[in-house]
Design a protein around this ligand. Sequence first.
Ligand SMILES: NC(=O)c1ccc[n+]([C@@H]2O[C@H](COP(=O)([O-])OP(=O)(O)OC[C@H]3O[C@@H](n4cnc5c(N)ncnc54)[C@H](O)[C@@H]3O)[C@@H](O)[C@H]2O)c1
Length: 425
Amino acid sequence: MTATSPRLKHEVKDLALAPLGRQRIEWAGREMPVLRQIRDRFAQEKPFAGIRLVACCHVTTETANLAITLKAGGADALLIASNPLSTQDDVAACLVSDYEIPVFAIKGEDTETYNRHVQIALDHRPNIIIDDGCDVVATLVQQRQHQLADIIGTTEETTTGILRLRAMFKDGVLTFPAINVNDADTKHLFDNRYGTGQSTIDGIIRATNILLAGKTVVVAGYGWCGKGTAMRARGLGANVIVTEVDPVKAIEAAMDGFRVLPMVEAATVGDLFITVTGNKHVIRDEHFDVMKDGAIVCNSGHFDIEIDLKALAAKTQEIKTVRPFTQEYRLGNGKSIVVLGEGRLINLAAAEGHPSAVMDMSFANQALGCKYLIENQGKLQPGIHPIPAEVDREIAYLKLQAMGIKIDVLTPEQIEYINSWTSGT
Ligand SMILES: NC(=O)c1ccc[n+]([C@@H]2O[C@H](COP(=O)([O-])OP(=O)(O)OC[C@H]3O[C@@H](n4cnc5c(N)ncnc54)[C@H](O)[C@@H]3O)[C@@H](O)[C@H]2O)c1
């Protein structure tokens, strides 16, 4: 059901869900002290006065805290979902009815609706785009060249979006600055590793309620998300196997104590498979053929292309939903394979995404990244720019302060020593 309001254009499931959304947004806000400080500052300084801003993010309690922060800073902000399955409908309802932020997002929306929402976001004529996976920016560049003059820049949240932006830059079509939020230390070291690690396991458990102790879990990809996922699966007693294509990451996994195998071998022994590579068809036809009866497959990478579900469907006689977000594919050979969350990121499909404490830092980077774009309007070249190191460090200091952790400071003697080359053995 789509709710409509005469006051504010929006598309959410049901505005009556707003009170629950408000409770949950406020609960998440308790774990987001850095973003809260930024919000207080923005409310005074109004850095986004007169700025039209579109955010294409997972519509979660944490994103709500970001949207409220941007609005406090004066932004004319509109929010759409960055994935058809990741929207929390109560959060979307609350943002519309309590905060007057237009939201176009409904959990389970079809691809056509998702794409229509991207068009609605572009109809807002944004000056700044906060993207998570680069769908809005790619659509802008492909279909709305006439709006490029409005754009001050974009900030990109995730690894997959950064890969797409790099490809756009290489093709000469990225004509405005893009801030690489993903690669800030205070983002990927915590969000991708601890956030994805914990919430991926959370999604799997909520979808299946299986015991991980004693299971053989295959993690495809040993990047930041893979490291976190493998670490947490091991912590729950699973025997973890890692698959990789990068020789250095493979050594790292081996020295971290994991078995490393090619997928075609891991496929024969795994009970549960988790893809987190950002790549396509990492689990495919040849792997399904050799999997054990009842093997469970899921994905926590950005897009639903890591598991070749078309190939699986082609050898399937019947698909049965056995629990929410859990579908059993009965194959022609008599075996079955269980797919979680339709192959979409399981931590957002079946659970609530990353815990707020990590999103506090990710979204502090987003908020300050947008401010940086405005302060440097006309000065930044088209292309991909890092979050400035001083912003990254400021966020780390604020987070430490909020966690009540104190650290040492360099003495003048130490500063001199580490900047000199004359004193050796
Ligand atoms: N679920 C979430 O909430 C969430 C959060 C952050 C990032 N992501 C997404 O997760 C994905 C991974 O992100 P990351 O930051 O870990 O990236 P990363 O670049 O650090 O790691 C990806 C790893 O996958 C490996 N890889 C690529 N193709 C492979 C293949 N065919 N088989 C095995 N390994 C392969 C790469 O060598 C690399 O080590 C991206 O799509 C990213 O956007 C999801």
